[in-house]
Each structure stands twice: as C-alpha cells, then as structure tokens.
Design a binder for this molecule. Structure first.
Ligand SMILES: *Cc1c(COP(=O)(O)O)cnc(C)c1O
Length: 264
C-alpha cells in the first residue's frame, strides 16, 4: 500500500467550489498554452491531446477537470484505478459521458503494472501506456483475450538512459514494438517516454526527437499490427512545450492542472 492512500479518501466525490474553480482555470490555462505552442510549432490546432495525470487526486477533483473539458485521464497505480473507477463511472454517466470510451473520457494507465494487477485494471483502462517488456505484454495479451477485450498499448522507452526510470532501451524498441504489435488482444497505438530530468532544453528535446524517429520507423516497417502506432505520449508540466515542438500527440499534465502534490 502506498502511504498517501491512508491519508486521502481518493473516492471522495465532493469538491468545494473554490477548488473546482481553481482546477477549471488551470485547465483553461494549460489548453491555451498547448494551442499557442502548436501554432508556434506550425502544427494544427488540436493535434495534441491533454491527458490529466490524476495520481493522488480525488474523484471530485478529477470530475472538476472533466467538467472543465478534460477528456483523457491517466492513473499511475492500479490501486488508484480501482479506488476511483466506480465513482468516476457513475459521475461521468450522470453527464452522459462514457468512462474508458474513445468518444467519452479516455482512461489510461501511465505507471508501472505488476502482473498480478492486470485483471484488476483491464475492465477500466482502455490503454496501458507503460508497457516496457515482452513478458508483460504477453501477460496483458493473455488476460485481454480471456476477458474478450482489445487493450490499447504504448511501448514505454527510456530515452534519457536514467537508471531510475522505467522503459525499454531505445536500441531494443523497434524489435520489441514489432513483436508486441502481433499479440492478440493488444493494439499498439504508439510510444511513451518520460523526459530527461535535467535543465538543458537540448538534452530534453533530443530524447523526444528520438522517440519520434522511432515511431516513424515502426510505422514504416510494414509489420502487421504497427499501422496504428501513431501516438507519442511525451511532455509533462515542465517540459510540455519542448515535447509539442518535437511532435507529441499526448501531453500528460498533473501539477499545472491540480497544483503541487502533497504526497510523492
Ligand atoms: C505524475 C506523472 C505525470 C505528470 O507530471 P507533472 O509534473 O505533475 O505534470 C506524467 N507522466 C507520468 C508517468 C507521471 O507519473
């Protein structure tokens, strides 16, 4: 169990109006920054989707973001997915929105997934962004087939080479992606990375640029199952602008929407 889970009632549906207003204003500011950066980078308006990274946030806070227009959310921990899923489903349904559906509110897992938690999250998340080895992909594939589901998957690549980070080595990504793409019950939708933890814009952008090159190579490989490998999930609060300039299609933003985290 994670320490903060004992301190916050993650399933709480109530949120006070001041907090909801703050979240709404933050979402508007982040969306504006994305649109502005898209334009400066010569990209079309709406090219980049904003995923709200919701770890440590309550159901009520997440719904405030959804009411402000967020249509894609991402959780890090399977325990948080299961703690919040019922409340999110119910409150989305009240608004005529389907949780997990492409035309409703997309639900992604963006953190590490232990094998024994796969079945717990599959009913709720449409895409797992953090798949970084073949064994995990094969396990998800078997469970997906057993549940009669098609699960979206992004291959996570450790572009920065920082040892604390998850993700496969960039050199292994091409072969791994092509192998994973052929597994039943899985749809390879793209690649994900966490930017280098440095201040140097050049270093951060180099990692993002390399992920884009990898994605292009996979798309051009012609291997079966790779034809929808389009997404580049890269960019967080502090490096979102660099990622958008390098072709990001999904930015994962927590702090700029919800403020600093009290835990982790
Ligand atoms: C927490 C988290 C984010 C968002 O980070 P912020 O700096 O709060 O925007 C994005 N991606 C992953 C994988 C995360 O764990």
């Amino acid at each position: 169990m994670v320490s903060y889970m004992g301190h916050i009632d993650l399933s709480a549906r109530q949120v006070d109006s001041g907090r909801a207003t703050q979240i709404r204003d933050n979402v508007a500011a982040v969306v504006e920054e994305i649109r502005d950066t898209e334009a400066k980078a010569g990209r079309s308006c709406g090219d980049v989707r904003l995923l709200a990274a919701t770890k440590t946030r309550t159901v009520g806070e997440i719904m405030a973001a959804i009411d402000a227009g967020i249509r894609l959310i991402g959780e890090n921990r399977p325990q948080e997915v299961t703690a919040k899923a019922e409340g999110l489903q119910a409150l989305c349904a009240e608004r005529g929105l389907n949780l997990k559906a492409d035309d409703g509110v997309g639900f992604h897992l963006i953190g590490q997934l232990q094998a024994n938690k796969i079945s717990k999250v599959l009913p709720y998340v449409g895409t797992i962004e953090s798949v970084d080895n073949l064994q995990l992909a094969e396990r998800i594939s078997r469970r997906a087939v057993a549940h009669g589901l098609d699960v979206g998957m992004l291959l996570e690549v450790n572009e920065s080479g920082e040892s604390a980070k998850s993700g496969c080595e960039p050199e292994a990504a091409m072969e791994l992606a092509c192998t994973m793409a052929s597994l039943p019950g899985l749809k390879l939708q793209g690649l994900m990375t966490i930017g280098a933890h440095v201040d140097d814009e050049g270093v951060i952008r180099k990692g993002f640029e390399h992920l884009r090159t990898l994605r292009d190579g996979i798309l051009q490989s012609g291997e079966s199952g790779t034809e929808d490998c389009r997404e580049l999930s890269m960019g967080m609060t502090h490096d979102m602008k660099y990622a958008i300039r390098e072709g990001s299609t999904i930015v994962r933003v927590g702090t700029a929407i919800f403020g600093p985290r009290a835990f982790i």
